[in-house]
Design a protein. Structure first.
Length: 409
């Protein structure tokens, strides 16, 4: 029974591994086709309907690629579709959110100091917000704003800023960053599933039926694909940020997230311009650097939460059981002596400004709240302290294991 925590952690690792692999495949193919599309060149011998071509060399061979703006005259016998990378990335990400943030809502999702939510309420808000985000975005794209792409992008940015602020009013800093990333990723995958792929199927069916495909379907898909191109890098940052307290556990974390979206635009503008042969806008790197400096400055703002606030938050029934289990006093003593110099409201270990990953291990309530993490990181594994820098003895780790397992009986 006591190995359930280890099994659950391995399950989360497996899903995270799948998520990273599929995300790499999706992002890789997406960036490749954007670069390919922008690098197409005209030539006098292009067949009818072809928009451009490009020669590439890779792996010891040459590739001759042509793009048809609407469709070729005849349906090719072998046609490769790019869709499963996107779908699997979203599905694995959704599963990972359920494992980490829904199943661990009391620790990672809900911040009682911000909003008095039950676990059920927090999960409902989490799920519904992702759905509503797509509905609002899709409505904007299908309105007359679809013909004004720049204004549409500005409104999309405003919506993301508002969502970041809103998430931060009720969720933990980590959950805010993760949900804003999931909110954006849901829009990107829904673009593929509801717009890009159906439009491509319409073109294919027209070809099979001998009809001339309507170019409007390609135009609509191109708009959504462009949005995905500019949103990719911020999503990666938001997913990685949950490991860095300087990003998620500061007073202005939602502002940091907003600036990251602007950084994504400036970086992609550089590469898009370069691939399209429209010059090399090196000024974008200056803009990106300035935005990053502002982010670093904002990250020095005080972290959320004080000792008094944490002590006022009531322990859940599970946490109460952990605090009353046999061996808790000894385990708390070990954690206080070996871990709290870094995992404190004001760390006194040289070079550490904020508690790693925002995990606080000073008070008895802290230890009860983070029982499973302590068990996994310092009990059955030697991940913490790093390089055993505080010389945690085998008997110290054994005390943690005995305490945690006693609470599971």
């Amino acid at each position: 029974m006591y190995d359930l925590a280890a099994f659950w952690d391995w399950g989360a690792f497996a899903v995270r591994w799948l998520h990273v692999i599929t995300a790499m495949a999706w992002i890789g193919s997406s960036f490749y086709f954007i670069a390919l599309d922008l690098g197409l060149r005209k030539s006098p011998d292009l067949p009818a309907g072809a928009h451009g071509e490009e020669w590439q060399v890779h792996g010891g061979g040459f590739y001759h690629i042509r793009k048809y703006l609407v469709a070729p005259a005849e349906m090719p016998e072998h046609l490769v579709w790019f869709k499963w990378e996107s779908y699997t990335t979203w599905l694995s990400g959704a599963a990972l959110m359920m494992i980490v943030y829904w199943a661990g809502a009391e620790l990672f999702l809900i911040d009682a100091a911000k909003a008095d939510l039950s676990v059920f309420q927090g999960i409902v808000i989490s799920a519904v917000s992702l759905t509503l985000g797509w509905i609002i975005y899709d409505f904007l794209c299908k309105s007359k704003l679809g013909d004004r792409p720049t204004l549409l992008m500005v409104l999309l940015f405003v919506m993301l800023v508002v969502m970041g602020w809103g998430y931060n009013q009720i969720f933990t800093g980590r959950a805010m960053m993760l949900h804003l990333g999931a909110f954006t990723a849901t829009i990107m995958t829904a673009n593929v599933f509801f717009i890009i792929m159906p439009n491509q199927r319409i073109v294919v069916e027209d070809l099979k039926a001998g009809r001339t495909p309507d170019p409007k379907y390609g135009k609509i898909a191109k708009l959504r694909s462009t949005h995905n191109n500019y949103l990719t890098l911020p999503v990666i940052f938001l997913m990685l940020s949950t490991h860095y307290p300087l990003a998620f556990a500061t007073e202005y974390n939602w502002v940091i997230a907003s600036l990251v979206f602007l950084m994504g635009v400036s970086i992609r503008h550089y590469f898009n311009s370069k691939h399209a042969g429209k010059g090399v806008p090196n000024w974008t790197w200056l803009i990106t650097a300035l935005l990053f400096i502002i982010i670093v400055w904002l990250s020095t703002a005080p972290m959320y939460g004080t000792v008094e606030e944490a002590e006022l938050q009531p322990l859940t029934p599970y946490e109460q059981r952990m605090a009353k289990a046999d061996g808790f006093e000894k385990a708390h003593e070990v954690v206080l002596g070996r871990c709290s110099m870094c995992h404190a409201r004001e760390p006194f270990w040289d070079g550490i400004l904020w508690a790693p990953k925002g995990v606080l291990l000073e008070t008895e309530a802290d230890v009860a709240r983070n029982a499973e993490l302590i068990y996994l990181q310092s009990g059955i594994t030697h991940a913490m302290p790093p390089a055993n820098i505080t010389f945690m003895e085998p008997e110290d780790r054994a005390a943690i294991v005995r305490w945690f397992r006693a609470a599971q009986m």
